[in-house]
Design a binder for this molecule. Sequence first.
Ligand code: GLA
Length: 385
Amino acid sequence: MRHHLLLTLFAAVSLIQCSSRQEEKKADTSPMTITKEAFGATGAGESVDLYTLSNTKGMQVKISTYGGIVVSMMTPDKAGKTSDVVLGFDSLAGYLKEHPYFGAIIGRYGNRIGKGQFTLDGTVYKLAVNNGPNALHGGLKGFDKVVWRAKEMSTSDGVRLDLVYTSKDGEEGYPGTLTTTVSYTLLNERNELKIDYEAVTDKPTVVNLTNHSYFNLAGQGEGNILNHSVTIFGSRFTPVDAGLIPTGELKQVEGTPFDFRTAHVIGERIEAKDGQIAAGKGYDHNWVLDKPVGDMGLAARVTEPTSGRVMEVYTTEPGLQFYTGNFLDGTLTGKGGKVYGHRAAFCMETQHYPDSPNQPSFPSTRLGPAERYRSTTSYRFLTAQ
Ligand code: GLA
């Protein structure tokens, strides 16, 4: 009897100890958070906010309601020291001036549309031509230059920022009223920024959304990215003409400087005597990903040797534009006074192929009124010794 009482007492004490240990454990861990601060106002007087998303694994992301721009992305290196791995500006003023889409949401159509026009159901739609003879990244005032409506929340996965923008019928020449929601989720269990894109239209239209973050895994402004090692899980790419419009061919990467099926350092073949490298002034091409279209799968992995940072890109999209900052030339000064020189960053823009509205053999970018556009991309950060 006495023995039984002792056992019960022992069990009760260990239960108390156990629950206080759990409480201690909880108290040790800083919670994931999402906070908001004013970031300024546009020239038209619209106020802009800056959201800060933090997880418990050392990653922190700042996102502006202007352009849905990822303003900073702090991730740990192999020693646990965090640095900002994306290019950008310290204040809204920098983003309001001309810049090459740093961190922005791109829409309605990421990448180029040849001659700035396409035909849909027999009607010719004319877009603003803003890149030589072609249309690039949604037009003169694309989704990178509008103020998005924001709503923050905590989910079981992490902290999430939903951004919503309604583009009017005919805006930048595109048909249909298009309502787009871009959800940025910073996962809590691992250092991953997940981007979910959704859109609905009231008329048939074309949509191709992406994010244009410029990465340097050694830290933003820390030299060029030529020492980064890249793997792209795509056996073909879409060769382009001099204006970077696809010829329509899906060319095997085998035997070309575009073969990243095994890891290669970016600088190894970037100056190769190759017509496609010449057209892009380096890498500025769309890879055809090997994974099944629509399935979330690994598109690319990038490793930076000094910091040990590794970034993996997962997407449901069929293509990946790998751009090596060939147009950066030292004329832009960014965060912390860093000057962004030639190839100071690389972009991995998940997407449907460029000029799809004019290429019937490419996966379609058409969206009808009864459909819902859905696309997901994740940037996941790890470290290696
Ligand atoms: C994309 C294009 C590049 C360039 C940049 C922005 O990645 O493919 O050619 O226009 O955007 O400078």
